[in-house]
Every structure is written in C-alpha cells, then in structure tokens.
Design a protein around this ligand. Sequence first.
Ligand SMILES: Nc1nc2c(ncn2[C@@H]2O[C@H](COP(=O)(O)OP(=O)(O)OP(=O)(O)O)[C@@H](O)[C@H]2O)c(=O)[nH]1
Ligand SMILES: [Mg+2]
Length: 327
Amino acid sequence: MPLHSGFVTILGRPNAGKSTLLNALVGAKLAIVTRKPQTTRNRIQGILNLPKKGRRPAAQVILIDTPGIHQPDSALGRKMMVEVREALEGCHLVLLIVDASKRGADNRSGDKNRGAGLDEHVLRLVKQAGTPVFLLLNKIDLVQKDELLPLIERYSKLYDFKEIIPISARKRDGLDVLLDKIVEALPAGPRYFAEDELTDQPARFMAAEIIREQVLLGTGEEVPYSTTVIIEQFEEKPKLTRIAATIYCEREGQKAILIGRQGQMLKRIGTQARLETEAMLGTKVFLELFVKVRAGWRNSREFVEGLDWRRQLEKLVRRGPEFKAKG
Ligand SMILES: Nc1nc2c(ncn2[C@@H]2O[C@H](COP(=O)(O)OP(=O)(O)OP(=O)(O)O)[C@@H](O)[C@H]2O)c(=O)[nH]1
Ligand SMILES: [Mg+2]
C-alpha cells in the first residue's frame, strides 16, 4: 500500500485548543499553550510518521498549528493572519477546531474575538482554502454527552464538513479516530520530511517561545500581549547551551512588572524557562534575560517582520559564511 501524506492545517478561533491538539497528536511539546487567547503568533509544523495499522496505510502527516483567527488591529495581528493564510496555501486538509464547551458557539454576541465562533469570517477562510474540512468539536470533557448530538446537528447545517468529530485534545479523547480519518483523507504521496524530524522550528526559536510562555503564565492584564522575546545569543556546546534573550515590552510600567520586586518576577521566568529548555535540549542551559522597552512595537511592521524566525534564520545563514571567512 502506498504511503499517504500531506499538509494538514489546524484552524480556529483563539483559545479553541489548536496548539494542544498539535502537541497531543505529535506527542511532544512543539507549541506553547496557555489559557490566554492569542498565545500562538506564527505557524508551527509538527511532523507525524505513522506505521501501517490494520487497513490504515503508513502515513506522514504534517500538521500546521496557526494563530487564532481574529480581526487584527495591529501590525502583529496582521502578521498573525498572514501566517494563517500561508498555512492554508497548498494544504490538503483543514482541521477546523471549535471550543464546544462554550455556549452559543456560533453566537453573534458581538465579541468578535471570543472563543468558539463558527461565523462567516471563519467559514470564508475555510471556503477559500478549497480543501476538505473536518470540524473538530473540542473540549468535550466539559460537555454533557446529551448536548453533543444537537450541537453536531447544528454545526452540520453551517457547512458541508467532510467529518464532524468530537474530541478532547487535553484528555486525548477521540484522537485515534481522528488520525484514522486524516490518513484516509490524505492522498498517496511522498515522504516530505526525514523520519526523525519532528518540526521545522529551530531550537533557538523554541527557546524564545518557552520564555514567552513563562511571561504569559506569570503576568496579567496587557503585559502578555505587549511582550515578545528575541534570542540574542544561542551557543550550543555538547554539555552546555548559552542563551541570551531580550524580553521586549511597550512601556516602562510593563518593564517594572516583568522585572518584579527585587527582580523576583524575572528570576522566576528565567528559572522556569531554563528548566524547560534544559529538558528540551538535553543539555545544561545558561540563560541570561534582559528586559527592554520598545514603545509601540506591535504596530511597527518592520519590528514585527524581524520577529519571524524564518527571516531571522535567513539572516543568520547569510551572516554565517562571512564570519567563517573572517575567522
Ligand atoms: N478542558 C479542556 N481544555 C482544553 C482542551 N484543549 C485545550 N484546552 C485548554 O484551552 C486553553 C487554550 O488552549 P491552546 O491549545 O493554547 O489553544 P489555541 O487554540 O492554540 O489558542 P491560541 O494559540 O491563543 O489561538 C488551554 O488552557 C488548554 O489547556 C480540552 O480538550 N479540554
Ligand atoms: Mg495556540
């Protein structure tokens, strides 16, 4: 039986559970997850190699996690939506995920960015993609069983979904069925990535995300949304990785919060991020953190573009030979 393969884009409103699903399917923490909406800011690929199982052929599934669909009001938001559209380009299948535990998931309450919508905005994106769509009703661990059928019925009227599958990404419920259906829906195709590859994200960028996750977990109000992390130094030796990173925020008051009384907050962020990075890399990590204010960075297109790790990587590669030539 030929290998089935293809690109599968996970799409949905902020906080629906897209990143949780990516991590659960791949079996590794590739994307950060928090309770705050708009946690994910760029597309993240996770590569899943599946052996043949009964009638299911062997498969390579490339999952793409995306930022939550919202109406952008900043350069950062617009960039996030570009990431969504790019993830949809040329994909073979869309997994549209909604938070089924939210009442009135197709509500028109006026809160555009809230939770589990399946409104015109989302459906328009899906239609543009022009691929088959699975609707995933997530967080069913929070839903009464007898509420599910009416929900499925209501959703099935909104669009010609290829499948409607109730899941709990967090409890890994329904994921086997989902995987079988994904493989079935994908065409026979090549192996796009080597079998030992888990993601296209460089460790350098994942380290920045781990720090950002700790900022999101540790702070409230507008600080999480005004913060970004840039890795200044990333030096990998067999036993020790040296990382220096800057946390950017937009105002002095936010900087004070990030540093905390006697540096307590920054210390906590640093310790937690270091432990996680050590687990990810399998080396000791020496992590140095700085906090800087960059007023209005979210509205600077240039700054936001500079955050794109694909661009950062291009720059590093371009710089590489030059350094060697000098050295
Ligand atoms: N109870 C329950 N909670 C879930 C489930 N899946 C995700 N969550 C929680 O929902 C919150 C958001 O999850 P994420 O995976 O970050 O959601 P996301 O869609 O990636 O969100 P953005 O990146 O902000 O767009 C987290 O607190 C998750 O733990 C689920 O199946 N059940
Ligand atoms: Mg996410």
